[in-house]
Design a protein around this ligand. Structure first.
Ligand SMILES: C[S@@+](CC[C@H](N)C(=O)[O-])C[C@H]1O[C@@H](n2cnc3c(N)ncnc32)[C@H](O)[C@@H]1O
Length: 188
């Protein structure tokens, strides 16, 4: 199957089950993917959080003094995260925000780390999202963007790096073994 530069198709909440199956923990361990960036007490954002596969693990990593801002376009996804957060007893450190297709549109929120896992190719405005992510990021913060190889080819990935650059972000790493085409950004 040929890869596309950008598919703006949003992964429906009806398929959320597939993002939460136990098998995924073997191939995409949250600890291996975000563990090195998330510390106790941190404030982090999970943009395009889906059913919360990473949000819940990050909530445990940041602990009681930290915070996880869960952001998604689909209310149904945020509801699934809320349900899981209650089950895992981490609701006290969760914040939920519904974004728009081309805008995060969140105010007065600063975070130490942002994860955008398999979501950037779904937004209609990656450039705008990059700018908004930069605005949310603490001066010493980091952003990890991971894109699926089967939807995002090398050319589209490089385009995404340029968009980050234009938004005032700096590529500090292209970490391997993060489950796809990955980039770690900081402020320039
Ligand atoms: C492929 S799923 C990945 C979910 C999650 N990051 C994971 O890895 O389990 C992509 C998610 O991004 C969300 N999404 C797509 N466009 C978005 C936007 N503009 N703002 C916020 N979330 C968006 C979708 O609703 C969906 O939940």
């Amino acid at each position: 199957m040929a890869t596309q530069n950008h598919s703006h198709d949003v992964c429906s909440h009806k398929h959320a089950f597939w993002f939460d199956i136990w098998l995924r923990r073997i191939f995409q361990s949250p600890k291996k993917i975000v563990g090195e960036y998330v510390k106790p007490g941190n404030r982090v954002a999970d943009i395009g959080c889906g059913p919360g596969y990473f949000s819940i693990d990050m909530a445990k990593m940041v602990g009681i003094t930290g915070q996880v801002v869960c952001i998604d376009l689909q209310m149904e996804m945020l509801e699934m995260v809320k349900k899981k957060a209650r089950k895992h007893n981490v609701m006290d450190r969760m914040i939920f925000h519904r974004s728009e297709p081309g805008r995060i549109n969140i105010k007065d929120t600063t975070v130490d780390f942002i994860l955008a896992f398999y979501m950037m190719h779904e937004t209609t405005s990656p450039e705008g999202f990059m700018r908004e992510m930069k605005e949310m990021l603490d001066p010493d913060g980091k952003i990890l963007v991971v894109e699926p190889r089967y939807h995002v080819n090398q050319k589209a990935y490089e385009e995404m790096l340029s968009q980050g650059n234009e938004a005032g972000l700096r590529v500090i790493d292209k970490p391997p073994k993060k489950g796809g085409r990955a980039v770690l950004f900081s402020h320039q």
